[in-house]
Design a protein around this ligand. Structure first.
Ligand code: S3P
Length: 172
């Protein structure tokens, strides 16, 4: 069954938008990070702390494949790094997948993440200054993977409702 996949950098709004989209079109939303947390019964922060990032990336890949192979139609919200590890970006090109990159500028991401970083191990301990530099470099490196999505929706200066309508128009 078809999977609608939302991807993009931390703070671009994947979960909020996916939730609203799910209510609008009646397709269940699954958050990949939540599924990972359920699988090992640990919070993302704890997985990074106790087992390290490589362990997390392996789990992320495994759970992503499980979701792709599930028999239901789903909206899947990826983690910010999902498309950038293993062969996950190739999986975005599977026949039953519609992939949508939610593109946000460095400024938008910085604004959103500076007040919302404690649950995100990659930035939790960074100062504002360090975070700005980190986001700029990281986004530059990751854009190669994000840009392989089938569709791109720019989210800067748009309400959640507007973004959801844009996605519904793409899916029509
Ligand atoms: C990560 C993003 C997070 C989470 C983990 C790693 C990343 O998800 O998967 O902390 O590498 O960008 P969100 O994009 O939902 O914050």
């Amino acid at each position: 069954m078809r999977k609608i996949i939302l991807l993009g950098y931390m703070g671009c709004g994947k979960s909020t938008i996916a939730n609203k989209l799910s209510k609008n079109i009646g397709i269940p939303f699954v958050d990949l990070d939540k599924k990972i947390e359920e699988k090992v019964n640990l919070a993302i922060n704890t997985i990074f702390e106790k087992h390290g990032e490589i362990y997390f990336r392996k789990l992320e890949h495994e759970v992503f494949i499980e979701l792709l192979n599930s028999p239901e139609q789903l909206i899947i919200g990826l983690g910010g790094g999902t498309p950038c590890y293993a062969n996950n970006h190739e999986l975005l090109k599977s026949d039953n997948v519609v992939s949508i990159y939610l593109k946000a500028s460095i400024e938008t991401l910085f604004k959103r993440l500076s007040t919302n970083k404690s649950k995100r191990p990659l930035i939790a301990n960074k100062s504002d200054e360090e975070m700005k530099e980190f986001i700029a470099m990281h986004l530059f490196e990751r854009s190669f993977y994000y840009n392989q999505a089938q569709y791109k929706v720019v989210v800067d200066d748009k309400t959640i409702d507007q973004t959801v309508l844009d996605i519904i128009a793409l899916l029509a």
